[in-house]
Design a protein around this ligand. Structure first.
Ligand code: SAH
Ligand code: DHB
Ligand code: MG
Length: 221
């Protein structure tokens, strides 16, 4: 099993199920031109977020880590009229690129990007009563995932879904001796989830154009 094969299978899935959305292709192009890192979710994963937004009947969506707005647009496309997505982004330049992309996609009225450290903004999101959220996507810095997840759980409605990206990290998840902040973050998240009866959760390993990683899916009871 090779990364080459995973990529070919992802292309097959993209051809038949993801389709070619010019606004989303443009996001990746403008993000690359602006020098943003190539770390958006894959097209098939973006479509998964869109599927999950539809299936949760999401009207309020919370995202941590906007980058150029690729995952943002996939989720916001599933919002009904009057729906809202709030995305938190620490890097003002990323937010600027994302705002342009989101406006070009015709979604400016549905998406608010808040600039700042997610840990500083989350209490403000909670205090401003923008929730409860139907769907949350946690995809900012990996070291703070446990804290972000706790906020997301507390701001979710019963039956809401929380998706956490990059939780397997080429299998480094099971390296108990790792000193890497991202590995420590995803390990601590799993330990926290194992003892949290507010939720039902599992993690799914993923392969594809973005290599080997994984997603945690958390249903709020
Ligand atoms: N969700 C995007 C990818 C996000 S990449 C997509 O799939 O299209 C991670 C983003 O999180 C980067 O833009 C980075 O600037 C941002 N980030 C990193 N640390 C952060 C923090 N502490 N608070 C908020 N955003 C942060
Ligand atoms: C990184 C961040 C991401 O959100 C991702 O999907 C892949 C990599 C990173 O910071 O390396
Ligand atoms: Mg990610």
């Amino acid at each position: 099993m090779s990364e080459e094969l995973w990529t070919e299978v992802d292309r097959y899935i993209e051809d038949l199920l993801v389709g070619n959305d010019p606004a989303l292709t443009a996001v990746l192009e403008t993000s690359k031109a602006a020098g943003l890192p190539d770390i958006a979710v894959s097209p098939a994963q973006g479509k998964l977020l869109n599927v999950l937004a539809y299936s949760t009947l999401a009207r309020r969506i919370l995202e941590l880590g906007t980058l150029g707005g690729y995952s943002t647009i996939w989720m916001a496309r599933a919002l009904p009229d009057g729906g809202k997505l709030i995305s938190l982004e620490a890097d003002a330049r990323h937010a600027e690129v994302a705002r342009g992309n989101i406006a070009d996609a015709g979604l400016a009225d549905k998406v608010d990007i808040w600039i700042g450290q997610a840990a500083d903004l989350l209490p403000k999101v909670a205090a401003a009563n923008h929730g409860p959220f139907d769907l949350s996507f946690i995809d900012a810095d990996k070291a703070s995932i446990p804290e972000y997840l706790d906020w997301a759980i507390r701001m979710s409605r019963a039956g809401a879904l929380i998706v956490v990206d990059n939780v397997v990290r080429h299998g480094d998840l099971i390296d108990a001796s790792s000193e890497r902040p991202d590995v420590k973050g995803v390990r601590r998240m799993h330990e926290m989830l194992s003892a949290d009866d507010r939720v039902s959760a599992t993690s799914i390993q993923t392969v594809g154009v973005k290599g080997y990683d994984g997603l945690t899916l958390v249903a709020v009871r």
